[in-house]
Design a binder for this molecule. Structure first.
Ligand SMILES: [Zn+2]
Length: 129
C-alpha cells in the first residue's frame, strides 16, 4: 500500500488515497461514467482524506440518489465521489491521480448499465477490513 495524491484540474480539490502501487480500476459503462471516462478506484472511507476544496464541491444526484457525484465548481472535474456500489466508501478517479506513485493500472470492465444484474443486492461487495 502507498499514499497516492490527486485532485481536480484547477487544483482547488486535493486528496490523498491509500491504495496498492498496482491499481485495479473499473471502467463503467453506465450513463454518467461512459460520458466522462471515469476510472473507479473504490476504497473504504478510512483510506481517503480530502486535503482541500470541500467548499468547491458541487453535488449532482440522479436515479436512486444513492451516489453523490461531486464536481469541482470551478473546473468541472469529478475527481472523487460517493458511489452507489459503496455508499460507505469513496470512488477516486484514477485519471485524477498525480503520477509518480502508480506502478501499473489494470482496467476491468464494469457493466453499470445493467446495475441490477451486476449487484442484485443493490450494492457492491463489503470492504475487507
Ligand atoms: Zn477544480
Amino acid at each position: 500500500m502507498t499514499t497516492h495524491i490527486g485532485g481536480c484540474h484547477c487544483g482547488r480539490v486535493r486528496f490523498e488515497v491509500i491504495a496498492p502501487e498496482i491499481l485495479t480500476v473499473s471502467d463503467c459503462n453506465c450513463s454518467i461514467c461512459s460520458k466522462s471516462g471515469y476510472l473507479h478506484l473504490i476504497v473504504p472511507k478510512s483510506r481517503f482524506k480530502l486535503l482541500s476544496g470541500s467548499e468547491a464541491l458541487t453535488t449532482y444526484q440522479f436515479n436512486t440518489g444513492t451516489a453523490k457525484h461531486l464536481f469541482c465548481s470551478t473546473c468541472g472535474i469529478k475527481s472523487f465521489y460517493v458511489p452507489r456500489s459503496h455508499p460507505d466508501g469513496f470512488s477516486v478517479n484514477a485519471r485524477c491521480l498525480d503520477g509518480g506513485t502508480i506502478r501499473e493500472v489494470i482496467i476491468a470492465q464494469f457493466n453499470g448499465k445493467e446495475w441490477e444484474k451486476q449487484y442484485p443486492t443493490g450494492r457492491g461487495p463489503e470492504f475487507e477490513q
